[in-house]
Ligand binder design. Structure first.
Ligand code: NAD
Length: 381
């Protein structure tokens, strides 16, 4: 799409991320070049790319302008962000401005007051986490998948790094080392990527999920599937549902015995908009062998899949088990994660611009799904 010669040139901006520890950036220089070639003006908040190793100079060379937050908020027609901006920044957005990001659009109650306030003032909030991911034309915009893929890959690397033995089988003059055994709980996008990476590192890998469809996906990657009593955990749209308390208790009991047999457990189980299920109890962690490693991708402010995991920290238990709270691994691989994210965000951006003008058609199922309205009326709500 090209901005019309006679129309005002749209200003596309990217904010510096403000969440603690967040190193990604919503626009990378390669995507800036493409947007500039399409006739947009691009404006970066100063220092926005520092964490992902893109300096302001690199953006200037790519054709962007760089300025302070005040200028970005004043001039931008569309603002791209990775995470939801702070309440203070959201409060300064103007009527008609478009904000695209992983805004946590499924948040409820107090967790969405700042979003509701901005939406109520006519700020157009498009949340990439509400994308209808199975729509073919949404594939290039699927930031949840691109970031989950990075997280899964990185989880296997983090596990290998923390493990004090080899991942592959090693036959050497000094004897034979058996391969590490890896269990991946939750076989969605991140889980499958963790399985593939751990296998490439030479480990013996097993996968597990509550969705029946995951079995074929796990075994087709050459991993074993951990079979438990059949719980059908399918929810809508390919996602898992939250298990009932009875189902969850039974699941944890069955997993307990299995988990103790593994050297490494990577957990990726999420329920959209919900609290992550605890799959590994404190008793299970205590029963694991010294030197075992748990990497919890669901670790965050709402909890995690592993009892006792602390976001962004490694806890070593008295029994010598490392529990790694790894809820934001994409940030640890910020350059690659930002490149993928930037392409996803730009794909949504170009889909809502026609002839240099922003058109948000609520009758379009993709737009309707990602657009956060006041009163929380968006997506599947
Ligand atoms: P997710 O991040 O929501 O959850 C990760 C995994 O954890 C899922 O596989 C889920 O089934 C599993 N899980 C949840 N609760 C569990 C529990 N109690 N015990 C064990 N496992 C549990 O998932 P995701 O990676 O976003 O993928 C969700 C679905 O969307 C998958 O079916 C995936 O194939 C599908 N998907 C489709 C497309 C597409 O069609 N283009 C793109 C992305 C994802």
């Amino acid at each position: 799409m090209t901005a019309r010669e006679d129309a005002k040139v749209l200003v596309i901006a990217a904010l510096a991320e403000r969440a603690p520890g967040e190193r990604r950036v919503a626009l990378v220089p390669e995507v800036v070049e493409k947007l500039v070639a399409q006739g947009f003006e691009v404006l970066l908040e100063a220092g926005a790319g520092d964490g992902a190793l893109f300096s302001d100079d690199v953006y200037l060379r790519a054709g962007a302008k760089v300025g302070p937050l005040d200028e970005v908020l004043e001039r931008a027609d569309v603002i791209l962000a990775v995470r939801r901006p702070t309440a203070a920044v959201l409060a300064r957005l103007r009527t008609g401005q478009v904000l695209i990001g992983l805004l946590d659009g499924r948040a409820k109650g107090a967790g969405r007051l700042d979003l509701d306030d901005a939406a109520g003032r006519g700020v157009r909030l498009l949340s990439l986490d509400l994308l209808p991911r199975t729509l073919p034309r949404a594939q290039t915009m699927d930031a949840l998948s691109s970031q989950a893929s990075v997280a899964g890959y990185r989880a296997a690397i983090v596990a290998a790094d923390a493990f004090a033995r080899y991942f592959p089988m090693m036959i050497t003059a000094a004897g034979t080392a058996r391969p590490a055994t890896v269990l991946v709980l939750g076989a969605g996008v991140a889980g499958l990527q963790a399985i593939g990476t751990a296998r490439r590192l030479g480990a013996q890998v097993t996968g597990y999920d509550v969705r029946a469809a995951a079995r074929d996906e796990v075994t087709s990657m050459g991993a074993a599937f951990l079979t438990t009593s059949s719980v059908s955990g399918e929810g809508g749209g390919g996602y898992a549902r939250a298990l009932t308390e009875d189902e969850a208790v039974a699941q944890r009991a069955e997993l307990d015995a299995a988990i103790r047999r593994f050297d490494i457990v990577i957990t990726t189980a999420q329920v959209p908009g919900g609290i992550p299920p605890v799959l590994v109890t404190a008793a299970t962690v205590a029963g694991m062998k010294p030197g075992s490693v748990l990497v919890d991708l669901a670790s965050g402010p709402l909890g995690g899949n592993v009892a006792g995991s602390v976001p962004d920290e490694t806890v070593v238990t008295p029994g010598g088990v490392s529990v790694i709270g790894a809820g934001n691994l994409p940030s640890a691989m910020a350059t690659g994660a930002s490149s993928a994210y930037s392409r996803n965000a730009a794909a949504l951006l170009t889909a809502i611009v026609t002839d240099g003008e922003i058109t948000l058609d609520p009758a379009d199922e993709l737009v309707a799904a990602v657009w956060i309205r006041a009163e929380g009326a968006s997506g599947d709500e």
